[in-house]
Write a protein that binds this ligand. Sequence first.
Ligand code: K1U
Ligand code: ZN
Length: 172
Amino acid sequence: MTIRPLVIIPDPKLRLVSEPVKEITQEIRQLADDMLETMYDAPGVGLAAIQIGVPLRMVTMDVSKSEDERQPMVLINPEITWASEEKRVYEEGCLSIPEYYEEVERPDRVRFRYMNLQGEVIEQEADGLLATCVQHEIDHLNGVLFIDYLSKLKRDRVMTKFKKAARREAGA
Ligand code: K1U
Ligand code: ZN
């Protein structure tokens, strides 16, 4: 298992629409292991493959409360199949936008379908952090970031901050 570097805004890779996984191969299993390792190390409760630069529709999540009782999930080609009318507001963060948190309103409950690493199709319902997290991660697969739900003023501010940081890092 390898901890891979995270892709940070304004990297244009984060705006790509990721491609479906066609077959569960040894490379896909290795990618899942690396994503979990990278997510736990960050630390985060979710990670989309594009956040480590791989444009495939794969997500890892673990919203368990205790580090001693990890509940890793690997979602292949996940889709939201139903979303509640009721909304809830949750303060979100993103490993690709370090140390920036804002409240985002999303459906309170969702049903989602995915394939696991054993090739089984699973449909489950979620509320709370799991519902927020799966929506955030599926957005990543479509090139959408949580800052897209904020006002243009807030989004521009955070983009400007990270563009400046990227220019400094490049030595420009
Ligand atoms: O996709 C990502 O960037 C991961 C992101 C997922 C997420 C968090 C909160 C709401 C929605 C989606 C994170 O994991 S940010 C880090 C974080 O929230 C966290 C880190 C350690 C413990 C608990 C939470
Ligand atoms: Zn994110």
